[in-house]
Unconditional design. Structure first.
Length: 355
């Protein structure tokens, strides 16, 4: 839905950075477009939104986000088809989720009209940064944080909502191996695991770094209470193929309700693939690997889309997941990319044209 804002202040950059960008050599999320969307919350209401040249922020050292972590974010991608049309994938789900995350961290919800008009205006303004071709996209990062000055341990009364954009290619390249974690925990029941809270990611950097020293790229987290049930990976939801059935954990208050995850489930069902959404025990996966019933493991998320996992480790042992022909991962990824890049029909109504 697009609703015209009564006012939006737009200040264009005097000099674009575009000419100096090597689009064939882009470390993920480290290069940013010319403009950013900014909207402040003050006096109990969201103020006039702005699009301004991308640049540093000025913030009080006592800003509450720096002390109490009141910050949430989203991840989206914009795609350009052969006719130069720009598309987003299920942005309504991202808007719902950032507000769901905000409520959990006691941050004011952001209005849908501000969100969608801001997205449309920003992406049209920086359209030249979106490269055509499979594998090219613009990563879109909406986020909101408390910038109230003061170190009182209380919710802020001033907030800043922003959208920044980064041209990207693939998130992972090469084989992806994961470690099933049985010591550290990502989230606990009753906590903020279902929210895209900034602190969820900061807290996982240390255990992930330990796994990387062992040769893994990511962790698959297990439940905090028993470490017996598989939950999600650091940047992905996870699926396991046992024979011809896909298994994945149900979302709860410790697992992020991934937009790509729910899309994978719907696409799989539309193709007649059996999907079993239930608690998945570590022991079940180990047994399936032993008997040969474990055919595939793959992660999915906005950044990675669908990423096959070639091996996993658990309590010092390492296991290989051999590639197979006509994998579910490749079939599902091909369909999702076709919808996202406007090269396949979209029977689900997920594609959103930027206007």
């Amino acid at each position: 839905m697009i609703v015209e804002l009564p006012v939006m202040k737009i200040v264009k950059t005097a000099q674009s950075k575009l000419e100096g960008i090597d689009f064939n050599n882009l470390p993920f999320g480290s290069t940013f477009t010319d403009h950013m969307f900014v909207c402040d919350y003050a006096n109990g209401a969201w103020q006039t939104p702005e699009i301004v040249p991308y640049g540093p922020l000025s913030m009080d050292p006592s800003a509450s986000v720096l002390h109490y972590g009141q910050a949430v974010f989203e991840g989206m991608k914009a795609y350009k088809d052969d006719e130069d049309k720009i598309w987003l994938f299920r942005p309504d789900e991202n808007h719902k989720r950032i507000n769901k995350s905000s409520v959990r961290l006691h941050i004011p919800e952001f209005p849908a009209d501000y969100f969608f008009d801001g997205l449309n205006a920003l992406l049209k303004l920086d359209a030249a940064w979106i490269q055509k071709g499979l594998g090219n996209s613009l990563y879109v990062r909406p986020f909101v944080f408390a910038n109230t000055a003061g170190v009182q341990a209380a919710p802020g009364n001033r907030y800043k909502f922003m959208i920044i954009c980064s041209p990207v290619k693939a998130y992972y390249s090469g084989e992806l191996k994961v470690k099933i974690e049985d010591r550290f925990s990502r989230a606990a029941p009753g906590g903020v695991g279902y929210a895209k809270a900034a602190g969820n990611y900061g807290a996982q950097f240390y255990p992930t770094s330990l796994a990387q020293k062992e040769g893994f790229q990511q962790i698959i987290w297990t439940d905090a209470a028993s470490h017996q049930f598989l939950e999600e990976a650091g940047t992905m939801n996870v699926f396991f193929r046992i024979n011809d059935t896909l298994l994945t954990a149900p979302v709860n208050d410790s697992i992020l309700d991934g937009v790509t995850r729910k899309s994978v489930i719907e696409v799989a069902k539309s193709k007649g693939i059996a999907v079993d959404i239930r608690p998945v025990e570590v022991s079940e996966i180990l047994e399936a690997q032993k008997t040969g019933a474990l055919k595939e493991i793959f992660g999915c998320g906005t950044a990675v889309v669908v990423s096959p996992i070639s091996g996993f480790g658990y309590r010092g042992d390492q296991f290989e997941v051999k590639p197979i022909e006509n994998s579910f991962a490749s079939e599902l990824k091909e369909t999702l990319l076709g919808i996202q890049y406007n090269t396949l029909p979209d029977p689900f109504g997920w594609r959103y044209e930027v206007r």
